[in-house]
Write a protein that binds this ligand. Structure first.
Ligand code: GRF
Length: 196
């Protein structure tokens, strides 16, 4: 890595990109130990791409629908990423499941944010499931991506209470605020570890 001493990041998104924005804002602090080199979306014309462009960060849309298989899509994604040689690939609301084909190629360099306290509530519809179970708390986890979905080592977690009257949307919003703190914190911890 890192002539500048900073960890170089690629951020993968599929939508509105509020976690991307949290990373952009963190990286704009000169003391933050990472910089975003490229933002890639698997959906064209999403708001997250605009957020990156507003900060002069290179963007690329790679529409998964244009590819005949997950692997050919992933190869196009890897080719785009390789041009920027990222130290770390941050999945931020990236809604494609990545296969071992991609994960092996970037072994140990992919992290994700998931809106539950992993290992609880892997997969989708986390908030509805937490509420259906009558859980007292939930939260978010930033974790390494491994071949098994939402199962890699956790880097940072932040907790929130589940409150009376919560709906999935209300709980999601409370957790999202914590995601925006957790993601930059996880990147900082990784940068500090890699810098020894
Ligand atoms: C977040 O809740 C994240 O945990 C989940 O997808 C959502 C993405 O939101 N994986 P945003 O695009 O970062 O605003």
């Amino acid at each position: 890595m890192r002539l500048s001493g900073k960890l170089s990041l690629a951020v993968l998104i599929s939508g509105r990109g509020s976690n991307l924005q949290a990373l952009i804002d963190a990286c704009e602090d000169p003391g933050f130990p990472a910089a975003i080199k490229i933002v890639v979306s698997n959906r064209p014309a999403v708001y997250g791409l605009e957020r990156a462009q507003n900060h002069n960060i290179p963007v690329q849309a790679i529409d998964h629908k244009q590819y005949s298989s997950r692997e050919t899509f992933e190869d196009a994604l890897s080719d785009a990423l390789e041009r920027h040689a990222p130290d770390l690939i941050c999945l931020a609301g990236f809604m494609r499941v990545l296969t071992p084909h991609f994960i092996r190629r970037w072994e140990g360099k992919i992290i994700n944010i998931h809106p539950s306290l992993l290992p609880a509530y892997k997969g989708v519809d986390t908030h509805a499931r937490v509420l259906a179970d009558g859980g007292a708390e939930s939260g978010c986890s930033v974790h390494y991506v491994t071949a098994e979905l939402d199962s890699g080592p956790v880097i940072v977690q932040r907790r929130v209470p589940v409150l009376p009257g919560d709906t999935p949307d209300i709980l999601a919003a409370r957790i999202l605020e914590q995601e925006h703190i957790a993601y930059p914190e996880a990147v900082r911890r990784i940068a500090e570890t890699m810098n020894g």
